[in-house]
Ligand binder design. Structure first.
Ligand SMILES: C[S@@+](CC[C@H](N)C(=O)[O-])C[C@H]1O[C@@H](n2cnc3c(N)ncnc32)[C@H](O)[C@@H]1O
Ligand code: SF4
Length: 397
């Protein structure tokens, strides 16, 4: 084990409710029953108790980013978000300039709350647009249309100068030109960040049970290439598989995940990763169902699973995150973030270079263009021996 330098720390807050459950979504999100409100006060109390219970693991450390994710965190009220952020600040120091992002959906009736979110301390808004095309949005089961998405963005830009838009491509029945058109429309608003995800059919979703007709792979690949070109021309940096930012506007919170930083995770089903000062990485998961989370919170219980990550798994988990970054990482990060010696990564790195998937320089280790295209293959090189990792591959060759 190499001496551990503690990584930067972020805070993730999960809000598990949505107006309606989308048929493609496998996030921990649950439709609010029609005519009912979310149990906001009970949930905020639980979140504060949850944070308090986890503080001993991070005494003395400061938080560099906060992210309200969902579900639909925009369903929280402005005063609710203000109270929560004040309670957080009273318990743990947020670094100056701390990025505080809140995810929200057009059509979730929360646009009137954007100014209140800003006044509460939120300084970055992420809007789940997905598409501006009404037919595509209907097929995705979204509660909003393209016009509502546009109004939500305009409204967000009146309160925030740092706004991300989520788009999806490879949508049921979507032609190449339609995917490009969505990006062109998104660019027209002048936001600072775009996330473009390819629709994936996740197990245990309505789409898995009743698969919609999806465009051919080469159609999606061509759309992706065109989008990359458009965004580069518009001055966006493509810094992660799905993330594009104007200079200086990369998402600090997500970057911390990808650089294998630490994060507290509070709320139903939230995940946490914390490096202990003596070495070793702790992973935790909270009770997943909102009712179960709230019920256990009353007893002061929040965590349903807790484990120390085995050294071999750390190697793979690091690779799973860090190779998503197009610029890669400094070689020193391997030891800094895992506490492991370089020999643990050597077989995977060598094999990655041999196959043209990894570029290795004294200052930087990064995926090549081929490595980005075949990211799963690259990441699999770091699986523990016996699971198909490079230590096995190297022994075979
Ligand atoms: C955590 S989700 C929640 C955001 C917000 N509730 C919404 O849906 O607008 C974040 C983003 O993940 C993307 N996403 C969700 N399910 C997906 C799937 N099956 N395939 C690809 N992207 C997905 C969507 O773009 C979504 O905006
Ligand atoms: S609104 Fe977002 S989080 Fe909620 S169900 Fe739809 S995709 Fe999932």
């Amino acid at each position: 084990m190499v001496a551990t330098i503690l990584p930067p720390l972020s805070l993730y807050i999960h809000v598990p409710w949505c107006v309606r459950k989308c048929p493609y979504c496998d996030f921990n999100s649950h439709a609010v029953p029609a005519g009912e409100a979310i149990p906001e006060q009970a949930y905020l109390d639980a979140l504060i108790g949850d944070l308090e219970s986890t503080l001993p693991a991070v005494w003395g450390r400061t938080v560099r980013s906060v992210f309200f994710g969902g579900g639909t965190p925009g369903l929280l009220s402005g005063p609710g978000v203000a109270r929560l952020l004040a309670e957080i600040r009273a318990r743990i120091t947020l670094e100056p300039g701390c990025e505080i992002t809140l995810e929200t959906n057009p059509g979730a009736l929360e646009e009137g709350r954007y100014a209140a979110f800003r006044d509460a301390g939120v300084n970055r808004l992420s809007i789940g647009v997905q598409s501006f095309d009404d037919a595509s949005l209907r097929r995705l089961g979204r509660v909003h249309d393209g016009g509502q998405a546009e109004r939500a963005i305009e409204s967000a830009l009146r309160s925030f100068d740092n706004v991300n838009l989520d788009l999806m491509i490879g949508l049921p029945g979507q032609a190449e030109a339609a995917a490009r058109q969505d990006v062109v429309r998104a660019l027209g608003f002048g936001t600072t960040h775009l996330s473009v995800y390819q629709l994936t059919i996740e197990a245990n979703t309505v789409f898995a049970k009743f698969p919609p007709p999806l465009p051919e792979e080469d159609v999606v690949a061509r759309a992706q290439e065109e989008i990359d070109g458009l965004l580069a021309q518009a001055g966006f940096e493509h810094y992660e598989v799905s993330a594009y930012a104007r200079p200086g506007r990369r998402c600090r919170h997500n970057l911390n995940y990808w650089m294998f930083g630490d994060y507290l995770g509070i709320g139903a089903g939230a995940h946490a990763k914390v490096t202990s000062p003596g070495g070793g990485v702790l992973r935790e998961e909270r009770f997943r169902a909102p009712e179960s989370y709230l019920r256990n919170a009353v007893q002061g219980q929040f965590v349903s699973q807790r484990r120390m990550v085995a050294a071999d798994d750390l190697v793979f988990e690091f690779a799973l995150n860090a190779f998503r970054l197009r610029d890669g990482f400094a070689p020193s990060l391997l030891a800094e973030r895992t506490g492991l010696g370089p020999e643990k990564f050597e077989p995977g790195l060598r094999e990655g270079v041999r196959r043209g998937l990894i570029a290795r320089h004294p200052e930087r280790i990064a995926p090549t263009g081929l490595g980005m295209r075949f990211l799963n293959d690259l990441q699999a090189l770091f699986l523990p021996a016996g699971d198909g990792g490079a230590s096995e591959v190297a022994a075979d060759s």
